[in-house]
Design a protein around this ligand. Structure first.
Ligand SMILES: Nc1nc2c(ncn2[C@@H]2O[C@H](COP(=O)(O)OP(=O)(O)OP(=O)(O)O)[C@@H](O)[C@H]2O)c(=O)[nH]1
Length: 375
């Protein structure tokens, strides 16, 4: 089963390497899957016609055979990167196929004219907006064909009149059912791609491309949620010391590597529901959920020490990186703006204290005992 699933996916993606973007991929997959649906539909109907043994129905199957042989042309065009030509070929082939089968054999007895209704609607989903003229032409021509056959009808091959009414009804249900199934499959593929698109765009909108951490927007959103949830937490604002110097002496590229290194340290320091983000050029933030203020301080201090002792190699030998950390404990109810301002103020105090240290926000200073425990 898994083997056939993989085969189906690789078949559906024929020519995907020529696509730019998810919308083109979606349209290509819809075209390839439609070829498969058309092949299966024709084969199923032909088999039913042969089993029924009616000459008119068998004849109707036979006139569709050229289409069966030409459908792989659509895949070949997609494989060659000619997506638009492939889609247009698909629509023209299936339209002619339905027209020939209806006019030469089936008439409107089995409801084949409903396919024109489907071919009128689907091009809008398959073709690009700039191909609006082709889309409009396909829409109008198919709608006219449907309208004509629905209003004036078309005589079926005389022998089809011998098929029992119940069988005709079942075949009509099968015909309309195959139309509905095709439209459903096309809608499902569209929905799947729309959801995937949204996920990818959301990821890009929320992620800092250099470090892979949530960006300021995403971090602030999570912080806001935390504040609204009225959970106690601790906010750390972490700023690299003398980062301009690192950039100036080791180069901007090495500066970027330093930021990536710090992001990995922050990521490693998160536990459970903690989260971190890059909220500015060389400024990071982290929210910790711990049992006690002492634990918050211990973890902040451990993070500072780990970074200071790491001496990462940024390309031109080991570099000493240090950070200053402003710490603010939040016990609900708190305001987001206030908590950010307090942590910021604490960070600037840490800078004034000589950098490479942590500073707890004013009026939150830990007791002497806590300081000793941390040191
Ligand atoms: N390589 C690199 N540098 C960045 C990036 N974003 C900001 N910077 C640099 O970070 C430096 C920040 O410098 P300052 O604000 O003066 O701070 P600092 O040198 O770290 O000094 P203190 O914070 O006071 O210790 C500037 O030189 C920015 O160009 C980035 O994405 N990559």
């Amino acid at each position: 089963m898994a083997f056939w699933g993989k085969q189906l996916v690789s078949y559906a993606k024929t020519g995907i390497e020529h696509c730019h973007g998810k919308t083109q991929e979606r349209r290509l997959i819809q075209t390839n899957i439609s070829v498969l649906i058309a092949l299966v539909t024709i084969l199923v109907f032909n088999l039913a016609f042969i089993l029924l043994g009616n000459p008119g129905l068998i004849y109707s199957g036979l006139v569709q055979l050229p289409l069966l042989l030409l459908l792989p042309l659509v895949l070949w065009l997609n494989h060659r990167g000619k997506r638009h030509e492939a889609t247009l070929t698909l629509f023209l082939l299936v339209m002619f196929d339905a027209l020939i089968a209806l006019m030469l054999a089936q008439g409107v007895t089995l409801g084949l004219q409903y396919y024109f209704l489907m071919f009128a609607v689907l091009p809008a989903s398959y073709l690009d907006a700039k191909q609006w003229l082709t889309t409009a032409l396909l829409f109008c021509s198919n709608l006219l064909l449907f309208g004509y056959f629905e209003v004036y009808g078309w005589q079926a091959h005389p022998s089809i009149a011998e098929v029992p009414t119940l069988t005709i009804t079942l075949l009509r249900i099968l015909m309309v059912g195959s139309c509905v199934t095709t439209v459903l499959v096309v809608i499902l593929i569209s929905e799947y791609y729309a959801a995937q698109n949204e996920r990818e765009l959301q990821y890009l909108a929320d992620t800092d491309s250099l470090t892979g951490l949530p960006n300021r927007r995403a971090f602030m959103w999570k912080l806001e949620r935390t504040v609204k949830d009225r959970r106690p937490f601790c906010l750390l604002i972490i700023d690299v010391d003398h980062f301009k110097q690192i950039n100036d002496t080791t180069g901007h590229q090495a500066g970027d590597s330093a930021l990536q290194f710090l992001a990995s340290q922050l990521h490693a320091a998160t536990q459970g529901e903690d989260f971190a983000g890059r909220i500015g050029g060389e400024e990071f933030a982290m929210v910790q959920f711990c049992a006690s203020p002492l634990e918050h301080l211990t973890r902040a201090e451990n993070l500072r020490k780990t970074i200071a002792s790491a001496h990462p190699d940024l390309g031109a030998g080991p570099v000493r990186l240090t950070v200053s950390i402003g710490v603010c404990m939040a016990t609900p109810p708190v305001s987001l703006i206030k908590i950010m301002a307090m942590a910021d103020k604490a960070l600037y105090q840490a800078k004034r204290n000589g950098r490479n240290c942590i500073q707890v926000a004013a009026d939150q200073s830990p007791s002497q005992a806590q300081r000793q425990a941390v040191n």
